[in-house]
Design a protein around this ligand. Structure first.
Ligand SMILES: [Zn+2]
Length: 256
């Protein structure tokens, strides 16, 4: 009889589980989703070869190809990381556009600048427009894509849901709270870029240049100051791991 029982149990349980979710744990909720998320304790991102394609910002087709290739690398890296973290994962929707328009993921994007992630639809949008010319030849476009993908990682790991549930009521406090989410997306972006950096053929000068752009151009009250954004991006990059991206436990001075 002893031998039969486990077989019966397996027979009853197995059909209830969808393929690929057998070892998944429940997605965390509440404060522990923010401060004790399994993404902080699941090690480094796998090192992957992801050569950058040449891109001419004004030629939308090449920009689109560049982003598509980058998106495939992001999909592969984060899919395998979530497997390691034992959390269920699915890829985000992606739209690359050349002018502000109506999008599937985020609706009307008039006056839209750069990148966006809409957690209701789990889709991200990147606008390749004249504003990006200034950064041509640098990994800035890749950073924007990896940042928006970072929001998808937060969504799948239960962080976005907990973040909005625990959002403070006053506008000033809500801005500061929100900066923690954005700085974490920067850190996740940096960790990803590190995991593929060797294969891009870029060097430390390219990295420092990217950090300078982030510092000088990317600060705003809801995303954190430029200095903090560059610091968290660099922190993720140096570690190559989400383990250093716990912005919800960071002192206020680091997320301002
Ligand atoms: Zn963001």
């Amino acid at each position: 009889m002893r031998k039969i029982i486990p077989l019966l149990v397996a027979g009853l349980v197995a059909p209830l589980l969808a393929p690929g979710t057998v070892h998944a744990r429940p997605v965390p909720t509440g404060l522990s989703a923010l401060t004790k998320n399994p993404i902080y304790t699941s090690g480094k991102l796998p090192v992957r070869s992801c050569p950058e394609y040449s891109v001419t910002i004004e030629d939308f087709l090449t920009a689109q190809n560049y982003l598509r290739e980058g998106a495939e690398c992001l999909d592969a890296t984060w899919t395998s990381f979530f497997k390691k973290a034992k959390l269920p994962f699915r890829k985000p929707g992606m739209e690359f556009i050349s002018k502000p328009t109506k999008t599937r993921a985020c609706g009307n994007m008039d006056g839209f600048w750069g990148g966006a992630y809409c957690h209701d639809t789990q889709g991200l949008v990147v606008l390749v427009d004249g504003w990006m010319l200034e950064y041509e030849g640098t990994p800035f476009l890749f950073y924007v894509l990896a940042h928006e993908y970072g929001h998808h990682v937060q969504q799948r790991a239960g962080i976005i849901k907990a973040h909005y549930k625990l959002m403070p009521k006053s506008t000033k406090a809500a801005y500061k709270w929100h900066a923690r989410l954005e700085l974490q997306a920067d850190c996740l972006s940096g960790a990803f870029l590190r995991s593929i950096w060797a294969s891009t053929g870029r060097d430390s000068h390219d990295w420092q240049q990217l950090l300078t752009y982030i510092k000088e151009d990317m600060g705003d009250p809801t995303h954190g100051g430029g200095k903090s954004r560059a610091a968290w991006t660099d922190r993720g990059f140096k570690a190559g791991s989400p383990s250093v991206c716990n912005t919800y436990k960071a002192p206020a001075s680091q997320v301002a």
